[in-house]
Design a binder for this molecule. Structure first.
Ligand code: MN
Length: 261
């Protein structure tokens, strides 16, 4: 064995030691690291525990009228998903108006009010009938969007990540446990800017309900505890500017408010 292959073997063994842990790219026991990286958590109403966030999935164009306003034809074609980075979460306590920074690079910053489902278990190829068993809790969330960048990238057939996946693009209220509050299949959902109603619909208008979203998404990725799913926004998305106050609502959840600063 020459020196190079010995080095390679040693390196492979070292990688193998890490790969022996439960999941790709993650360790079952905290390894020693040169610095620490913050984990992301969402408060759980009625509990001292916090919900640890693994991944943020978002479904696109899940209300027919919103699909039309985005220039596509609403139908029952398979839903599509994108992700935001986990640390895009901005926790917003009920009864407060959190400062939400207007992000860089955009001149057309849009709100999208959405129901969020948080999972405490997952799996692959989850049948629709069992999908809601995976849902631990629900929250009210905003899928904030740099619409001009999303559109420009889409026009160029490039990934529109820069329009969706950026710092603090996912304001969210606390989680309400499904065992206590039930599952959300219908109910009013609205958003106001400076007291004026902008978005107003019903959760029953989703093209793919939460159970169907989980089932479809689990065909593409193994879902796991800690995953959360932004379930899409109704029509009449629009822009905000610094100083605007967004208030949003889903029947059965406390309102969520942010001020654009
Ligand atoms: Mn959205």
């Amino acid at each position: 064995m020459d020196r190079r292959s010995m080095i390679n073997t040693t390196a492979t063994m070292a990688v193998g030691a890490v790969a022996g842990c439960a999941l790709p790219g993650t360790a079952s026991q905290a390894p020693k690291t040169p610095f620490s990286v913050a984990d992301t958590f969402i408060p759980i109403v009625g509990s001292e525990m916090m919900f640890p966030v693994r991944r943020i999935y978002c479904i696109g164009r899940n209300y027919a009228a919103h699909a039309r306003e985005m220039g596509s034809d609403p139908n029952r074609e398979p839903p599509f998903f994108f992700q935001k980075p986990t640390d895009a979460i901005q926790n917003v306590p009920p009864g407060t108006v959190a400062d939400h920074p207007y992000p860089s690079l955009t001149k057309n910053y849009h709100y999208e009010v959405e129901l969020v489902a948080a999972l405490h278990k997952g799996g692959r190829d989850i049948p629709v009938e069992r999908a809601l068993d995976c849902v631990y809790a629900y929250a009210l969330g905003l899928d904030m969007t740099r619409r001009d960048l999303q559109r420009a990238m889409g026009d160029e057939k490039k990934p529109w990540e820069i329009g969706k996946s950026f710092d603090r693009s996912a304001p969210i209220g606390p989680l309400h446990v499904a065992d206590a509050i039930g599952h959300f299949t219908k109910g009013g959902i609205w958003l106001k800017v400076n007291g004026q109603t902008k978005q107003k619909s019903n959760l029953s208008n989703m093209i793919w309900n939460v159970a169907e979203q989980i089932s479809k998404l689990s065909q593409a990725n193994e879902l796991m505890a800690g995953d959360i799913i932004y379930s899409g926004t109704p029509e009449n998305v629009g822009p905000v500017v610094r100083g605007d106050v967004i208030e949003c609502h889903i029947d059965g959840l406390p309102n969520l408010s942010v001020k654009i600063v």
